[in-house]
Ligand binder design. Sequence first.
Ligand SMILES: [Zn+2]
Length: 493
Amino acid sequence: MRVRGLWCGAGDAGMTKESVDAFVERVADAGFNLILPNLKQGHGRVCWPSKLFPSQIADGYQDFDLPRHLIDACTRHKVELHAWFIDFMEGVQHPNPKWAMLDKNGNPTDSEMLRGKRFNARWMCPARRPGYTDQWLVPLYREFAEMYEFDAVHHDYVRYPGDLAPDQYCFCDYCLEHLPLWAGYVTRSMPERAFNHPTYDREYLESHWEPSPRVLPSDWASLSRSEKSRFLLEEGFFEGGRKDLDHFFYEYRTHWITEFNRECANAVRQARPGMKISSAIFKNPIQSGRFIGQDWRRHAPYVDVAMPMDYRDHFPGSFDDYLVLLAEPIEDQKVWARDFREYYPGAAINFMFWEEEIPLKALALAAEFGDRTNAVVFFGQIAARLAHEDRELHDEIAKWVGFGGAGDLRDAQRYVSHKREQFFSVPSGGSAPAFATRLRVFADNPPKSYWPKEKLERLVGTVERTGVDGLILFCEGHLHQYGLWETARALFV
Ligand SMILES: [Zn+2]
């Protein structure tokens, strides 16, 4: 493949000129020729000496000009350089809370709970003007483009929140006022007139849509925020008609994300003609248009390089299912991305290892709880790998759970699926076995050889067979974590 890219954390490059050069050299040596360091981070901090918003500079980057050193190192090692920005997700301490997205109760995203924990980020409203988009985000892109001759800037989180309440934003004051105007639910010059159709002379109520009757109910002004929000998301264009206003709600969100792309491209291309714009987007723009306002087919005039995140966690099923399913959206993406100058699918390294990682973590936990009943199920899934890495530890666990027949993964799988009932009947021991601490140490930092390197080979092979001429991997830290530098080198150099 011609283009081999890698998303990286800013911290991966270290804080000296020498460490940045060593970092880029290591990446280039493993065969990567494009990197995307994260320079506007998830908590809203930036990793360059910004003159616009000096209070938002991440610690240490006031004095250490990381982008400058990255340019030098990437020029030396012939690596293409994209500045990765987290767009609409900010820290909870963002200095202008008025620009935050609000739900139907007027609360920002950090008031939500996600998987049992408080959601620790504040998403900003893409629509509000003046607001976060035109007063903060676009100016940051402009400043970066003016200061640094990177090959590209890179969008991420260019959307509404997805794993968090995908229908509940945004109902800020601006959106409550402007969505109805944008969608033509009311006229500006005669806002009180209902403009009902003179005759309803056709079978389908919706066939009378064209004179644009007033959609808002007559008591709109006196409705509460939650009542207005409910109306905009759940009611219909015609009272008594189809409940179709959600269509306009989703279109409104898609419009503003597209509009941001347009404004950003204007600013970047004016500041530095020739600088490219790339974008990390979701795998299916039709679905992401509905759920997160990201119909990226519409971004083509404003984005040069499409990089859909075809991560395993965006697909159902096992790793083998993933390799089969992955080829499908790539074929579709070739069409969806045909108006972009370049298109490279992205894949995540960490999610490849669920089969090895999740049962190992669960097993360590079960041992700490003295829970033999569940431990046997998790052990069965990784027994062969454990035996290969640490025979002694494997045997101790096998003895404890009363299971010694893990010849290979297939045996273990058969054992787990056919003899599980027998083991569920064994009462839980209740106290942690002696090896629990050793197992915890192993699980927290397994030897690199624990991870099946062939998963990366199979993934890259699958992508290669689709005929695309690039692949972007997430991320640099995972190459360390799963010990994949040599595998990458063998594949890419
Ligand atoms: Zn809003």
